[in-house]
Design a protein around this ligand. Structure first.
Ligand SMILES: [Fe+2]
Ligand SMILES: [Fe+2]
Length: 175
């Protein structure tokens, strides 16, 4: 009896390991972590009532999305050409452009303006859709993981570039 339950639990563990596969390589881990962070912030935004809090949180979202899309456009997407379907990458660039336009529109407004909250909400939905295209089975990340690029080394370069971009793109502090 004890032996049976032990082997059943051993089977379960190895099954779990097989299903989840190996840990994602660094480049993919970094990008997925950004996705989770942005999703969390969009959820948090919905709970806010105060205009100053909304503005502060949106500024954080906007900076993070600009840095993230730049990292993907400068490093991840171009280096994955050849490993990932062309059409899928082309659509991802177009979706980034759509998100950037919406971010710029929101940045030109202030919380409390008509459609401000609606635009933030639509941006969140738009990002969610885009993230799905990147993360879903057979999507951009899955294809990249099957490809030839060294996603650990790429991840190191992305992390370094991310630190630079965060400093470059952060809005100048008012004095
Ligand atoms: Fe992404
Ligand atoms: Fe993207």
């Amino acid at each position: 009896m004890a032996t049976t339950s032990k082997s059943a639990s051993a089977r379960k563990t190895s099954g779990r390991r097989r299903r989840s596969g190996r840990r994602d390589p660094l480049a993919v881990r970094l990008l997925k972590a950004d996705h989770r962070e942005a999703e969390g912030w969009f959820d948090e935004y919905e709970q806010l009532e105060d205009d100053a809090d909304k503005l502060a949180l949106f500024s954080r979202i906007a900076l993070a999305l600009k840095v993230h899309t730049t990292l993907e456009e400068e490093i991840f997407y171009p280096e994955e050409r050849g490993d990932v379907e062309e059409d899928m990458l082309d659509e991802a660039y177009v979706e980034h452009d759509g998100a950037k336009k919406l971010i710029a529109e929101i940045e030109a407004m202030k919380p409390g303006d008509d459609y401000y909250d609606a635009k933030v909400k639509v941006l969140g939905e738009y990002i969610k859709h885009h993230v799905k295209e990147e993360e879903q089975p057979g999507g951009i990340f899955a294809q990249a993981k099957k490809g030839d690029e060294d996603l650990e080394a790429m991840g190191e370069r992305m992390q370094a570039r991310k630190d630079e971009l965060m400093a470059e793109m952060a809005p100048a502090k008012a004095n």
